[in-house]
Write a protein that binds this ligand. Structure first.
Ligand SMILES: [Zn+2]
Length: 114
């Protein structure tokens, strides 16, 4: 699905594009700012991305930081997360970071899993 956004076959509200990454707004935002940051090249998840091309993984982080700055999130802070696999709640199997901010986000997890 995200490969189709990269290809321009599915519309998305872009907020930033670099030669290797894309950032666009989540269609179902969970916070006032909810942007997805992806590598244009397909990797199934952040583990395969980081192990397969650590420089590209770094570019995804750099794009996320630039979007956080553009969205005015650096002062109050934000959350950046990669849901991975079944337990991580990953829904789209093209590596993507969720950049969330614009309001207090509460605890990292909805409930204790310990
Ligand atoms: Zn893909």
């Amino acid at each position: 699905m995200f490969c189709r956004i990269v290809a321009g076959e599915i519309p998305a509200t872009m907020v930033r594009e670099t030669p290797t990454t894309l950032a666009f707004r989540d269609i179902d935002p969970k916070a006032p700012v909810h942007v997805l940051v992806i590598p244009k090249e397909h990797y199934a998840d952040v583990a395969t991305l980081a192990q397969g091309d650590s420089a590209l993984a770094g570019e995804v982080l750099a794009t996320a930081a630039a979007v956080a700055e553009d969205e005015g999130l650096l002062g109050d802070g934000f959350r950046l997360m990669f849901n991975t696999g079944t337990y991580g709640g990953q829904e789209v199997f093209h590596a993507h970071a969720h950049l969330l901010g614009g309001a207090p986000l509460g605890p990292m997890l909805a409930r204790s899993v310990a």
